[in-house]
Write a protein that binds this ligand. Structure first.
Ligand code: ZN
Length: 198
C-alpha cells in the first residue's frame, strides 16, 4: 500500500468537512495510532450512518438514539467495516476529530499527533477476522509513511470517559498479525501498546 497526500489509494474515499491542519510538523509529529469502535445505531452494522455522521449529513430522525449526536462534529481518518473494507474521510496529513479530551505520555490533545481508526463494532461484540487483517495491513502501510511510535485504544488515552475499542478487542491477535505483516515488508519499527499486555 502506498499513500498519496495522506490518502490511502485502496480505501473508499468520502470527504469529511470535520478536519483542520495539524499544529505540528507533518509527517514528523504523527506518532500515535488510536483504535476506536463505532456503530450507528449501536450494535447495528452495515448501514450508512457512520459515514453520514463523519461527513456531516446524518439524518437525526432515523433513530431515536441519534438525538444525542445532534451538533456533534466528529470524524476519523479511517473506518474499517465488518468485512474489512476500508473507508477514509480525512487525509492522514490533516487532523481528524476523533479523540477529544485525551492525553498520551503526558501530552494532551491527541488529535494533534494521532491517526484515528474506527472499527465498525461495539464494546459488546467480538470483531471480525477481516477487520484485524485490514487493521494490521493499514498499520503497516501507515508505518511506511509516518513515524508511529505507539498504538493505543481510545479508552487508554481518555480513561474514565471512553471505553472503546473495549474488552472484546483482541490486542494480542492484532500484535501477532502485525508482526507477521511487518516481516513480509521488512518493517522493523516496534510500537508501544497499552500497558499490561504481554
Ligand atoms: Zn473512540
Amino acid at each position: 500500500m502506498s499513500f498519496f497526500d495522506g490518502w490511502l489509494p485502496q480505501a473508499v474515499r468520502y470527504d469529511s468537512p470535520y478536519f483542520d491542519a495539524r499544529p505540528g510538523p507533518v509527517p514528523d509529529d504523527i506518532t500515535l495510532l488510536v483504535v476506536h469502535n463505532i456503530s450507528l445505531p449501536c450494535g447495528q452494522f452495515g448501514g450508512p450512518h457512520v459515514s453520514d455522521l463523519f461527513c456531516g449529513r446524518i439524518d437525526y430522525n432515523t433513530d431515536p438514539s441519534f438525538a444525542d449526536l445532534r451538533g456533534l462534529k466528529v470524524s476519523s481518518h479511517f473506518f474499517i467495516r465488518r468485512d474489512g473494507r476500508v473507508i477514509q474521510y480525512v487525509s492522514a496529513n490533516d487532523r481528524a476529530w476523533h479523540a477529544g479530551l485525551s492525553s498520551f505520555r503526558g501530552r494532551e490533545k491527541c488529535n494533534d499527533f494521532a491517526i484515528g481508526v474506527e472499527l465498525e463494532g461495539s464494546d459488546f461484540v467480538a470483531f471480525e477476522a477481516a477487520q484485524y487483517e485490514a487493521l494490521a495491513a493499514l498499520t503497516i502501510a501507515l508505518q511506511q509513511h509516518y513515524p508511529l511510535t505507539a498504538v493505543q485504544g481510545h479508552e487508554h488515552i481518555a480513561p474514565g470517559r471512553k471505553t472503546d475499542p473495549g474488552p472484546l478487542f483482541d490486542w494480542e491477535h492484532y500484535q501477532k498479525l502485525l508482526k507477521k505483516a511487518a516481516m513480509l515488508v521488512g518493517a522493523s519499527a516496534t510500537l508501544g501498546f497499552p500497558v499490561g499486555l504481554p
